[in-house]
Design a protein around this ligand. Structure first.
Ligand code: PMP
Length: 443
């Protein structure tokens, strides 16, 4: 008997024992096509020899050196390579162990930046509904997913939530995408004015919404307007690319497609590609200077900051992404997968929307296509889809948006960038079987 504390105590998962390319094998030898990269993590698949060698070499050479005393070669090289490829004036990198830690660091850095500049009133964070920024208390407070927040609500810092940019559900009939984007962004200005600009510290959003909304890209112009509003009121823009960054959407950083650069950028998942737990917060020169010229010390820290083995893995991953231009491959294979999904499921009576960017694709399931009405949450459609796909040997990431009252059930596909055409066929085939099993043959 195992003493592992599983995610669901009443449903024990199979034991994974081996990874090869896009596949994970359990102890019975069953193969699972990892069509969601876990949760948009395994961008290079499960057996990349270069990343494995980088990890092995680093652990043999120097496993750990505390950042209270030392820096390390892999951390410096990874920071340099990230900044050389980062948008805007992003200039410094703070390494952490995952996405939630990156968001926590971003929130604290935003606060400290305003303090260093003698603007202590700025403490309010604005975020979006149906968002996810992590499960630690600060990151959970930023997130707008009611189901995740509800039990811990009394412990959370106060955060305002505006509507997400969610064209499929929130764009009105007859409204152009551009007009809708301006209307959605206007909510930010309204909220800043309601709170009083001198009280607002930062706005946080995912460029392409992931874990609770299902790969939702913004409409054109939305983030440019968001950037203008932040600048107008001295509010920092934090972009959370924990899920959508590192080539996932067809650009190294998802915000590049919007022509917008943040003041603070959070990345994780694809940065370590699953070979090591690592995340990072990147900040602008201006923010770093405020700390440097002020107290000189970002009042934060964890034991495993800049862990040499984790940063060595990140460096090997990033080199691979850049050398093989895997972001472009993500864009290309994403197009093909989207096309195949549309061909097969585009007319399905319960598939309301197929959307995404690169190999970051969401399918939204609805009870009624015309009215875009979600299924009754009691039906547990997302959970049924996950179970049926898993039985068929397909790992996909289902989410029940109905927990937030409005949205449908989703499936998120985020396979490794090394995906090949035959695996697209396998995804379609297994998903078709899973959808038939979960929803019935007639839809
Ligand atoms: N932000 C986003 C956008 C995420 O998708 C996630 C994880 N799903 C997180 C933050 C939290 O990352 P982690 O689970 O590594 O703490």
């Amino acid at each position: 008997m195992s003493h592992v504390f599983p995610r669901h105590t009443h449903r024990l998962p199979p034991r994974a024992v081996r990874g090869q390319g896009c596949y994970i094998f359990d102890e019975t030898g069953k193969a699972y096509l990892d069509a969601s990269g876990g949760a948009a993590v395994s961008c290079l698949g499960h057996s990349d020899p270069d990343v494995i060698a980088a990890v092995q070499n680093q652990v043999a050479q120097l496993a750990f050196a505390h950042t209270g005393f030392f820096t390390s070669g892999p951390s410096e090289d990874l920071a340099d390579l990230l900044i050389a490829n980062a948008p805007g004036s992003l200039d410094r990198v703070y390494f952490v162990s995952g996405g939630s830690e990156a968001v926590e660091a971003a929130i604290k850095l935003a606060r400290q930046y305003h303090l260093e500049r003698g603007d202590p009133g700025r403490r309010r964070l604005i975020a979006r509904r149906q968002s996810y920024h992590g499960n630690t208390l600060g990151a959970l407070a930023a997130g707008g997913n009611q189901w995740r927040r509800q039990p811990f609500e009394p412990l959370l810092i106060e955060v305002s939530h505006i509507a997400p940019c969610y064209e499929y559900v929130l764009r009105e009939a007859g409204e152009s995408a551009e007009d809708y984007g301006l209307r959605a962004a206007q909510e930010l200005e309204d909220e800043i004015l309601r709170l009083g600009p001198g009280n607002v510290m930062a706005f946080i959003a995912e460029p392409v919404g992931g874990a609770t909304i299902g790969a939702v890209p913004p409409v054109p112009g939305y983030f440019r307007r968001i950037r203008e509003i932040c600048d107008r009121y001295g509010v920092l823009l934090i972009l959370d690319e924990v899920m959508c960054g590192m080539g996932r959407t067809g650009h190294l950083f998802a915000c590049e497609a919007e022509g917008v650069a943040p003041d603070i950028l959070c990345i994780a998942k694809g940065l370590g590609a699953g070979y090591q737990p690592i995340g990072a917060m990147l900040c602008s020169k201006e923010i770093y200077s405020a700390i440097e010229e002020g107290s000189g010390f970002f009042q934060h820290g964890h034991t495993y900051l800049g862990h040499p083995v984790a940063t060595a893995a990140g460096l090997a991953v990033l080199r691979k992404l850049l050398d093989a231009d895997l972001a472009a491959r993500s864009a290309r294979m994403g197009e093909r997968l989207s096309l195949a999904l549309r061909d097969t499921f585009g007319q399905h009576p319960h598939v309301g929307d197929i959307r995404g960017r690169g190999l970051f694709i969401g399918m939204e399931f609805v009870a009624d296509r015309e009215r875009k009405s979600p299924f009754d949450p009691a039906l547990g459609i997302a959970a049924r889809l996950k179970a049926a796909a898993f039985d068929a040997g397909l790992v996909c990431y289902p989410m029940s948006g109905t927990r937030d009252g409005k949205l449908g059930d989703h499936v998120l596909l985020a396979p490794p960038f090394i995906l090949e055409d035959r695996q697209i066929e396998e995804i379609i085939d297994k998903l078709a079987r899973a959808i038939a099993a979960a929803l019935g043959q007639d839809g």
